[in-house]
Design a binder for this molecule. Sequence first.
Ligand SMILES: [Zn+2]
Length: 509
Amino acid sequence: MTESPSLVLRRARLVPLPGRAAEPAADLGGRGLVDVRVEGGRIASVTPSGTGTGEGASEVVDLDGRWLMPGLWDAHVHMAQWALARRRLDVSEAASAAEVARAVVDELRRTPVPDGGALVAAGFRDGLWPDVPTAELLDRAVVDAGLPPVPVVVVSADLHCAWFSSTALAEVGVDHPTGLLRETEWMPLMAQVDRAPEVALDAWVDDAAAAAARLGVVGIVDLEIADNVAAWYRRAAARPLRLRVDAALWPEHLDAAIERGLASGAWVTPDGLVRVGPFKVIADGSLNTRTAFCHEPYPPVTDGVAWTGALNVEPEHLAEQMTRAARHGIRCAIHAIGDHANAVVLDAFEATGARGSIEHAQLLTPDDVTRMAALGVVASVQPEHALDDRDVADVHWAGRTGRSFAYGDLARAGVTMTFGSDAPVARLDPWAAIAAAVTRARDGREPWHPEQAVNLGTALASSVRSRVTPGEPADLVVLDAEPVPDGDLLRAMPVAATMLAGAWTHRAL
Ligand SMILES: [Zn+2]
């Protein structure tokens, strides 16, 4: 038998975290310094600094009083989408359809699209635009600029709709009156628009994972609309992974997973870095697309016609699928944004006894917050969305924003939260999520519903899965600054090093 290499991190200062079992190390070291010994990818001991734990270690790293905490998780990522978005024309700042069309023309002038290719832009939010995105508008902008009519697709920030030029519509063989495809019109086309050679895509995903590791990220839940188990098995075979991945299952993959006996948490790769994630179902739409299913209508109600959004799935069908998943040890991650959709999904959790999370949970009635706590359903939330969507919410959820993105209420009710980015909807950056949840403010604006902020300890605890304590995985992040509840500092957190299962994935010390 060979000794597994051991490593000692000397003179670390532990970031205090609330909840779970008490942190023995915190008592040991108090706010003083500790030495952390890592063996076989796990934490072997945490002892007051200078008590001799460095003996026999194959490597000793002096952290010189830097801050140490568990590695960060992003509980909601579309990893291939994020890898693609990092390389796409970003139109997230556009305040009108015309502005997007101008950006598209500028990009086509800068970088002509090769034969058979298409220009794909991403990130638009049309909830407050003065004009309407149409195929005709894109077509005209391209023709007026004297450019050849290449296919142009502009994907919305929330991924729930996409705006096609006429050439792009023809390319995917769709006849559409406006070119703005929503929800079920768009979702089946997503894979076609995203097509990239697998080898290239996997390399871009690896780049994105490296960037995440530089921020202290050690794991993601990948909710890409794809066969994620197969994709990550392939990626792990090609190169060492930089992140742990919970690979989510979509309805079309549920049967196959059950047949193979894959329960949530089962190892996909021999090192256990990739595991089977939750079963994902999309129950309703989104706020920006005004398809989130709400108890009250979206304003304005014209001619007595009230639009409340809609469910994307029949409640009976949802319950059926959740029952099936639960029976086979598969957790459920159900997308619900409007308060009515959240009520329906909580009904389904209650009726089926399934375990898992509601993804987004953006608008909740007070009763449903209580119910969520009682049922032990996790709120998988993306705090940056509160700040991205505050203006849209003030318009489309007028009078209801006090209970939207209600992280304070969720925390006070005892609901477990996990933070995420929903990248590419927001950037894959847990520090941005933590800052947004703690401050409810960005860009120099006054805080939005500060009563729904959470304290720093809750925000950090919602962003990690482990603790710095013996027996836990050696998934660690070393910080050059102490995390304090200051938005600017949190958003610029200097990360000195990141360790995954005892191996460095980022090291700048
Ligand atoms: Zn998502």
